[in-house]
Design a protein around this ligand. Structure first.
Ligand code: NIG
Ligand code: FE
Length: 401
Protein backbone atom coordinates (compact mmCIF):
# COMPACT_ATOMS: atom_id res chain seq x y z
CA UNK A 1 0.00 0.00 0.00
CA UNK A 2 0.98 3.58 -0.69
CA UNK A 3 3.24 2.13 -3.36
CA UNK A 4 2.89 2.99 -7.03
CA UNK A 5 4.71 3.06 -10.31
CA UNK A 6 3.74 6.28 -12.12
CA UNK A 7 4.40 5.79 -15.82
CA UNK A 8 3.97 7.49 -19.16
CA UNK A 9 4.84 10.96 -17.87
CA UNK A 10 5.40 13.32 -20.80
CA UNK A 11 7.19 16.00 -18.82
CA UNK A 12 8.22 15.42 -15.20
CA UNK A 13 9.12 18.41 -13.02
CA UNK A 14 11.49 17.12 -10.32
CA UNK A 15 13.07 20.35 -8.99
CA UNK A 16 16.21 18.24 -8.72
CA UNK A 17 19.21 20.58 -9.17
CA UNK A 18 21.23 17.58 -10.32
CA UNK A 19 19.13 17.25 -13.47
CA UNK A 20 19.88 20.65 -14.97
CA UNK A 21 17.77 23.76 -15.31
CA UNK A 22 15.85 25.29 -12.43
CA UNK A 23 13.08 22.67 -12.31
CA UNK A 24 14.97 19.54 -13.45
CA UNK A 25 12.60 18.30 -16.15
CA UNK A 26 12.76 14.61 -17.13
CA UNK A 27 11.12 13.80 -20.48
CA UNK A 28 9.24 10.47 -20.75
CA UNK A 29 9.74 9.96 -17.04
CA UNK A 30 8.58 7.61 -14.32
CA UNK A 31 8.32 7.84 -10.53
CA UNK A 32 8.46 4.88 -8.16
CA UNK A 33 6.69 5.34 -4.82
CA UNK A 34 7.23 2.92 -1.94
CA UNK A 35 5.25 3.32 1.29
CA UNK A 36 4.41 6.96 0.59
CA UNK A 37 7.93 8.10 -0.30
CA UNK A 38 9.69 8.54 -3.61
CA UNK A 39 12.01 5.58 -4.15
CA UNK A 40 13.20 6.18 -7.70
CA UNK A 41 12.88 8.88 -10.43
CA UNK A 42 14.15 8.87 -13.99
CA UNK A 43 13.39 8.10 -17.64
CA UNK A 44 10.79 5.34 -17.96
CA UNK A 45 13.13 3.17 -20.03
CA UNK A 46 15.45 2.94 -17.00
CA UNK A 47 12.92 1.84 -14.34
CA UNK A 48 14.64 -0.97 -12.38
CA UNK A 49 13.02 -4.39 -12.99
CA UNK A 50 12.40 -4.91 -9.27
CA UNK A 51 9.60 -2.28 -9.42
CA UNK A 52 7.83 -3.88 -12.38
CA UNK A 53 5.09 -5.51 -10.28
CA UNK A 54 3.95 -2.39 -8.41
CA UNK A 55 0.42 -1.06 -9.01
CA UNK A 56 0.62 1.30 -11.98
CA UNK A 57 -0.69 4.80 -12.56
CA UNK A 58 -0.62 5.86 -16.21
CA UNK A 59 -0.12 9.64 -16.56
CA UNK A 60 -1.28 9.49 -20.17
CA UNK A 61 1.69 11.40 -21.53
CA UNK A 62 0.85 14.45 -19.41
CA UNK A 63 2.96 16.62 -17.12
CA UNK A 64 3.64 15.62 -13.51
CA UNK A 65 4.73 18.11 -10.81
CA UNK A 66 5.40 17.96 -7.09
CA UNK A 67 2.21 18.71 -5.11
CA UNK A 68 1.81 22.43 -4.47
CA UNK A 69 2.77 23.80 -1.07
CA UNK A 70 0.69 26.81 0.02
CA UNK A 71 2.71 28.50 2.80
CA UNK A 72 0.39 31.37 3.79
CA UNK A 73 -3.36 30.98 4.38
CA UNK A 74 -6.06 32.08 6.79
CA UNK A 75 -8.43 29.32 5.67
CA UNK A 76 -10.00 28.73 9.08
CA UNK A 77 -12.65 31.44 9.34
CA UNK A 78 -16.38 31.90 9.71
CA UNK A 79 -18.65 34.34 7.93
CA UNK A 80 -18.56 36.08 4.60
CA UNK A 81 -17.31 39.52 3.60
CA UNK A 82 -18.68 39.80 0.09
CA UNK A 83 -20.55 42.98 1.11
CA UNK A 84 -17.31 44.59 2.19
CA UNK A 85 -15.75 43.41 -1.07
CA UNK A 86 -18.50 45.16 -3.02
CA UNK A 87 -18.00 48.33 -0.95
CA UNK A 88 -14.31 48.28 -1.79
CA UNK A 89 -15.14 47.93 -5.47
CA UNK A 90 -17.18 51.11 -5.05
CA UNK A 91 -14.14 52.95 -3.63
CA UNK A 92 -13.97 52.47 0.16
CA UNK A 93 -10.52 51.49 1.38
CA UNK A 94 -9.49 48.36 3.30
CA UNK A 95 -8.00 50.53 6.06
CA UNK A 96 -11.18 52.65 6.42
CA UNK A 97 -13.34 49.56 6.75
CA UNK A 98 -10.99 48.05 9.35
CA UNK A 99 -10.79 51.32 11.34
CA UNK A 100 -14.61 51.40 11.46
CA UNK A 101 -14.67 47.94 13.10
CA UNK A 102 -15.24 45.91 9.91
CA UNK A 103 -12.73 43.91 7.89
CA UNK A 104 -10.68 41.51 10.00
CA UNK A 105 -12.73 42.51 13.06
CA UNK A 106 -15.99 41.34 11.50
CA UNK A 107 -14.44 37.93 10.77
CA UNK A 108 -13.25 37.87 14.40
CA UNK A 109 -16.81 38.39 15.58
CA UNK A 110 -18.12 35.60 13.34
CA UNK A 111 -15.29 33.19 14.24
CA UNK A 112 -15.74 33.73 17.98
CA UNK A 113 -19.45 32.98 17.66
CA UNK A 114 -19.03 29.76 15.64
CA UNK A 115 -18.75 26.40 17.43
CA UNK A 116 -15.60 24.41 16.77
CA UNK A 117 -17.36 21.65 14.78
CA UNK A 118 -19.00 24.15 12.47
CA UNK A 119 -15.72 25.99 11.97
CA UNK A 120 -14.10 22.65 11.12
CA UNK A 121 -16.80 21.82 8.53
CA UNK A 122 -16.46 25.19 6.75
CA UNK A 123 -12.66 24.91 6.75
CA UNK A 124 -12.67 21.28 5.56
CA UNK A 125 -14.63 22.29 2.47
CA UNK A 126 -11.88 24.76 1.61
CA UNK A 127 -9.19 22.14 2.19
CA UNK A 128 -10.95 19.68 -0.16
CA UNK A 129 -11.12 22.32 -2.88
CA UNK A 130 -7.42 23.06 -2.37
CA UNK A 131 -6.62 19.35 -2.72
CA UNK A 132 -8.67 19.25 -5.91
CA UNK A 133 -6.48 22.11 -7.17
CA UNK A 134 -3.27 20.20 -6.45
CA UNK A 135 -2.23 21.60 -3.06
CA UNK A 136 -0.88 18.82 -0.81
CA UNK A 137 0.59 20.86 2.07
CA UNK A 138 -0.94 24.03 3.47
CA UNK A 139 0.02 26.45 6.21
CA UNK A 140 -2.95 27.68 8.27
CA UNK A 141 -2.94 30.69 10.59
CA UNK A 142 -5.08 31.51 13.58
CA UNK A 143 -5.75 35.24 14.03
CA UNK A 144 -9.53 35.58 13.86
CA UNK A 145 -9.92 34.85 17.57
CA UNK A 146 -7.81 37.51 19.29
CA UNK A 147 -8.79 35.99 22.62
CA UNK A 148 -7.21 32.94 24.22
CA UNK A 149 -10.17 30.60 23.78
CA UNK A 150 -10.82 31.38 20.10
CA UNK A 151 -7.16 31.40 19.05
CA UNK A 152 -6.88 27.98 20.66
CA UNK A 153 -10.10 26.85 18.97
CA UNK A 154 -8.74 27.84 15.55
CA UNK A 155 -5.49 25.94 16.10
CA UNK A 156 -7.45 22.87 17.24
CA UNK A 157 -9.45 23.07 14.01
CA UNK A 158 -6.19 23.23 12.05
CA UNK A 159 -4.94 20.14 13.86
CA UNK A 160 -8.17 18.25 13.19
CA UNK A 161 -7.93 19.16 9.47
CA UNK A 162 -4.42 17.71 9.45
CA UNK A 163 -5.48 14.52 11.19
CA UNK A 164 -8.72 13.90 9.29
CA UNK A 165 -7.95 14.90 5.69
CA UNK A 166 -5.27 13.87 3.17
CA UNK A 167 -3.60 17.30 3.50
CA UNK A 168 -0.58 18.15 5.63
CA UNK A 169 -1.53 21.24 7.64
CA UNK A 170 1.18 23.40 9.19
CA UNK A 171 -0.30 25.51 12.02
CA UNK A 172 0.77 29.11 12.71
CA UNK A 173 -0.25 31.23 15.70
CA UNK A 174 -1.29 34.74 14.62
CA UNK A 175 -2.72 36.15 17.85
CA UNK A 176 -1.18 39.47 16.79
CA UNK A 177 -3.24 39.91 13.63
CA UNK A 178 -4.82 43.21 14.75
CA UNK A 179 -5.62 44.74 18.15
CA UNK A 180 -9.15 43.60 19.05
CA UNK A 181 -11.82 46.24 19.69
CA UNK A 182 -11.92 45.65 23.46
CA UNK A 183 -8.20 46.52 23.76
CA UNK A 184 -8.19 49.54 21.49
CA UNK A 185 -7.58 51.93 24.41
CA UNK A 186 -4.85 49.75 25.91
CA UNK A 187 -2.85 48.00 23.20
CA UNK A 188 0.06 47.29 25.56
CA UNK A 189 -2.26 45.10 27.60
CA UNK A 190 -3.10 43.13 24.44
CA UNK A 191 0.57 42.65 23.55
CA UNK A 192 1.10 41.42 27.15
CA UNK A 193 -1.76 38.96 26.71
CA UNK A 194 -0.32 37.64 23.43
CA UNK A 195 3.18 37.28 24.91
CA UNK A 196 1.89 35.57 28.05
CA UNK A 197 -1.32 33.64 28.44
CA UNK A 198 -2.11 33.36 24.72
CA UNK A 199 1.31 32.00 23.76
CA UNK A 200 1.19 29.63 26.74
CA UNK A 201 -2.04 28.15 25.38
CA UNK A 202 -1.22 28.31 21.67
CA UNK A 203 2.52 27.61 21.30
CA UNK A 204 2.06 23.87 21.96
CA UNK A 205 -0.50 23.75 19.10
CA UNK A 206 1.58 25.70 16.53
CA UNK A 207 4.79 25.35 14.57
CA UNK A 208 5.20 29.06 13.69
CA UNK A 209 4.26 32.46 15.07
CA UNK A 210 3.29 35.29 12.71
CA UNK A 211 2.57 39.00 13.34
CA UNK A 212 0.82 41.49 11.04
CA UNK A 213 3.35 44.31 11.28
CA UNK A 214 1.78 47.40 9.79
CA UNK A 215 0.40 50.87 10.57
CA UNK A 216 -3.06 49.31 10.79
CA UNK A 217 -1.86 46.49 13.05
CA UNK A 218 1.34 46.14 15.17
CA UNK A 219 4.39 48.40 15.31
CA UNK A 220 7.84 46.98 14.63
CA UNK A 221 8.69 47.24 18.35
CA UNK A 222 5.55 45.34 19.32
CA UNK A 223 6.26 42.78 16.61
CA UNK A 224 9.78 42.22 17.93
CA UNK A 225 8.51 41.71 21.48
CA UNK A 226 5.92 39.15 20.42
CA UNK A 227 8.23 37.24 18.09
CA UNK A 228 11.03 37.09 20.66
CA UNK A 229 8.55 35.59 23.12
CA UNK A 230 7.47 33.08 20.47
CA UNK A 231 11.05 32.21 19.57
CA UNK A 232 11.91 31.50 23.18
CA UNK A 233 9.08 28.96 23.14
CA UNK A 234 10.60 27.19 20.14
CA UNK A 235 8.31 28.51 17.40
CA UNK A 236 9.55 29.43 13.92
CA UNK A 237 8.93 33.02 12.82
CA UNK A 238 6.92 34.52 9.93
CA UNK A 239 5.88 38.18 9.45
CA UNK A 240 3.20 39.95 7.39
CA UNK A 241 5.79 42.51 6.36
CA UNK A 242 5.61 45.85 4.56
CA UNK A 243 2.32 45.07 2.84
CA UNK A 244 0.50 48.42 3.03
CA UNK A 245 3.61 50.56 3.58
CA UNK A 246 7.30 50.21 4.53
CA UNK A 247 7.48 50.01 8.31
CA UNK A 248 10.78 48.11 8.62
CA UNK A 249 9.20 44.70 9.12
CA UNK A 250 11.21 42.91 6.43
CA UNK A 251 14.37 44.21 8.07
CA UNK A 252 13.13 42.94 11.43
CA UNK A 253 12.40 39.53 9.85
CA UNK A 254 16.04 39.33 8.79
CA UNK A 255 17.23 40.50 12.18
CA UNK A 256 15.25 37.73 13.91
CA UNK A 257 16.33 35.14 11.27
CA UNK A 258 12.65 34.59 10.50
CA UNK A 259 11.69 31.66 8.28
CA UNK A 260 9.71 34.00 6.07
CA UNK A 261 8.65 37.58 5.45
CA UNK A 262 5.39 37.70 3.51
CA UNK A 263 3.75 40.26 1.17
CA UNK A 264 6.79 42.62 0.90
CA UNK A 265 5.06 45.00 -1.51
CA UNK A 266 7.08 47.91 -0.09
CA UNK A 267 10.35 46.16 0.82
CA UNK A 268 13.56 47.82 -0.44
CA UNK A 269 16.69 46.35 -2.04
CA UNK A 270 18.46 46.64 1.32
CA UNK A 271 15.63 44.76 3.06
CA UNK A 272 15.91 41.97 0.51
CA UNK A 273 19.69 41.83 0.86
CA UNK A 274 19.38 41.47 4.65
CA UNK A 275 16.77 38.74 4.21
CA UNK A 276 19.06 36.86 1.85
CA UNK A 277 21.93 36.98 4.36
CA UNK A 278 19.61 35.78 7.13
CA UNK A 279 18.13 32.92 5.08
CA UNK A 280 14.64 34.43 5.33
CA UNK A 281 12.33 33.39 2.47
CA UNK A 282 10.09 35.87 0.63
CA UNK A 283 6.47 34.69 0.38
CA UNK A 284 4.72 36.60 -2.40
CA UNK A 285 0.93 36.81 -2.61
CA UNK A 286 -0.20 37.96 -6.06
CA UNK A 287 -3.84 36.98 -5.44
CA UNK A 288 -4.00 39.84 -2.91
CA UNK A 289 -2.90 42.37 -5.53
CA UNK A 290 -5.42 40.86 -7.93
CA UNK A 291 -8.35 40.92 -5.49
CA UNK A 292 -7.47 44.34 -4.04
CA UNK A 293 -6.71 45.84 -7.45
CA UNK A 294 -3.28 46.95 -6.20
CA UNK A 295 0.05 47.00 -8.02
CA UNK A 296 1.81 43.63 -7.96
CA UNK A 297 5.03 43.17 -5.98
CA UNK A 298 8.00 43.05 -8.35
CA UNK A 299 8.71 39.33 -8.32
CA UNK A 300 11.56 39.74 -10.76
CA UNK A 301 13.39 42.11 -8.39
CA UNK A 302 12.78 39.81 -5.43
CA UNK A 303 13.97 36.75 -7.33
CA UNK A 304 17.07 38.55 -8.63
CA UNK A 305 17.99 39.64 -5.10
CA UNK A 306 18.84 36.00 -4.42
CA UNK A 307 16.30 35.33 -1.63
CA UNK A 308 14.26 32.14 -1.75
CA UNK A 309 10.94 33.06 -3.39
CA UNK A 310 7.73 31.28 -2.38
CA UNK A 311 4.18 31.78 -3.63
CA UNK A 312 0.98 31.44 -1.61
CA UNK A 313 -2.75 32.09 -1.96
CA UNK A 314 -3.20 34.05 1.33
CA UNK A 315 -6.69 32.44 1.26
CA UNK A 316 -8.75 34.69 3.55
CA UNK A 317 -12.21 36.28 3.55
CA UNK A 318 -10.90 39.83 3.08
CA UNK A 319 -7.99 40.42 0.75
CA UNK A 320 -7.87 37.23 -1.34
CA UNK A 321 -10.66 34.65 -1.20
CA UNK A 322 -8.56 32.38 -3.39
CA UNK A 323 -7.78 28.68 -2.97
CA UNK A 324 -5.93 27.60 -6.11
CA UNK A 325 -2.14 27.64 -6.43
CA UNK A 326 -2.65 27.18 -10.20
CA UNK A 327 -4.23 30.63 -10.28
CA UNK A 328 -1.41 32.06 -8.14
CA UNK A 329 1.25 30.61 -10.47
CA UNK A 330 -0.57 32.12 -13.45
CA UNK A 331 -0.74 35.56 -11.77
CA UNK A 332 2.95 35.41 -10.83
CA UNK A 333 3.98 34.57 -14.37
CA UNK A 334 1.63 37.06 -16.02
CA UNK A 335 1.95 40.01 -13.63
CA UNK A 336 5.01 39.67 -11.40
CA UNK A 337 7.78 39.08 -13.89
CA UNK A 338 8.58 35.49 -12.91
CA UNK A 339 9.08 32.94 -15.68
CA UNK A 340 6.67 29.96 -15.61
CA UNK A 341 9.58 27.76 -14.43
CA UNK A 342 10.33 30.17 -11.57
CA UNK A 343 6.66 30.44 -10.60
CA UNK A 344 6.29 26.65 -10.49
CA UNK A 345 9.51 26.31 -8.47
CA UNK A 346 8.33 29.01 -6.05
CA UNK A 347 4.96 27.25 -5.57
CA UNK A 348 6.64 23.93 -4.75
CA UNK A 349 10.31 23.97 -3.71
CA UNK A 350 10.40 27.61 -2.58
CA UNK A 351 7.16 27.30 -0.61
CA UNK A 352 8.31 24.14 1.14
CA UNK A 353 11.61 25.78 2.03
CA UNK A 354 9.81 28.80 3.51
CA UNK A 355 8.08 26.35 5.87
CA UNK A 356 11.37 24.64 6.67
CA UNK A 357 10.14 21.45 4.99
CA UNK A 358 13.07 19.91 3.15
CA UNK A 359 11.23 16.63 2.49
CA UNK A 360 8.82 17.98 -0.14
CA UNK A 361 8.41 20.38 -3.02
CA UNK A 362 10.64 18.15 -5.11
CA UNK A 363 10.47 14.65 -6.57
CA UNK A 364 13.74 13.04 -5.64
CA UNK A 365 14.57 9.86 -3.78
CA UNK A 366 13.37 10.05 -0.17
CA UNK A 367 10.87 12.90 -0.69
CA UNK A 368 7.27 12.65 0.49
CA UNK A 369 5.37 11.23 -2.51
CA UNK A 370 3.02 14.17 -3.15
CA UNK A 371 2.44 14.83 -6.84
CA UNK A 372 -0.07 16.17 -9.32
CA UNK A 373 -0.82 14.94 -12.82
CA UNK A 374 -1.92 17.79 -15.08
CA UNK A 375 -4.46 17.56 -17.83
CA UNK A 376 -1.79 19.19 -20.03
CA UNK A 377 1.48 18.23 -21.68
CA UNK A 378 3.71 20.65 -19.74
CA UNK A 379 3.67 23.01 -16.74
CA UNK A 380 3.63 25.95 -19.21
CA UNK A 381 -0.10 25.35 -19.59
CA UNK A 382 -0.68 26.62 -16.03
CA UNK A 383 -0.28 30.30 -16.97
CA UNK A 384 -1.11 29.64 -20.63
CA UNK A 385 -4.61 28.31 -19.83
CA UNK A 386 -5.32 30.18 -16.59
CA UNK A 387 -9.03 29.39 -16.37
CA UNK A 388 -8.83 25.64 -17.12
CA UNK A 389 -9.41 22.78 -14.75
CA UNK A 390 -5.87 21.49 -15.19
CA UNK A 391 -5.64 18.84 -12.48
CA UNK A 392 -6.15 15.29 -13.75
CA UNK A 393 -5.10 13.51 -10.53
CA UNK A 394 -3.53 14.17 -7.14
CA UNK A 395 -1.34 11.68 -5.28
CA UNK A 396 -0.83 12.33 -1.55
CA UNK A 397 1.82 10.25 0.24
CA UNK A 398 1.49 7.64 -2.48
CA UNK A 399 -2.33 7.44 -2.38
CA UNK A 400 -4.38 8.48 -5.41
CA UNK A 401 -7.11 10.86 -4.21
O1 NIG B 1 -2.78 38.57 4.65
N1 NIG B 1 -2.83 41.48 6.11
C1 NIG B 1 -3.46 40.94 6.99
N2 NIG B 1 -4.08 39.77 6.96
C2 NIG B 1 -4.68 39.20 5.80
C3 NIG B 1 -6.02 39.74 5.54
C4 NIG B 1 -6.98 39.24 6.52
C5 NIG B 1 -8.37 39.76 6.32
O2 NIG B 1 -8.63 40.80 5.70
O3 NIG B 1 -9.25 39.05 6.85
C6 NIG B 1 -3.75 39.29 4.62
O4 NIG B 1 -3.97 40.04 3.67
FE1 FE C 1 -2.13 36.93 5.28
Amino acid sequence: MNSLLVLNIGSLVTNDPGRGGLIGIVESGAVVIIDGFVAWVGPEVDVPAEYGDLPRLDAGGAAVLPGFVDPHTHLVFAGDRSDEFARRLRGESYEEILAAGGGILSTVEATRATPQDELYEASAERVWRMLANGTTTVEVKSGYGLDVATEEKMLRVARRLDESLPMDVVPTFLGAHVVPAEYREDRDAYVDLVCGEMLDACAPLARFCDVFSDEAAFTVDETRRILEAAKSRGLGIRIHADQLGRVGAADLAADLSADSADHLDHATEEDLASMKDAGTSAVLLPAVSFSMRLPYPDGRRVWDSGVTVALATDCNPGTANVESMLFVIALAALNMGLTPDEAVWAATRGSARSLNLEDRGHLTRGAVADLVILDAPTHLHIPYRPDSDLIAAVVKRGVIL
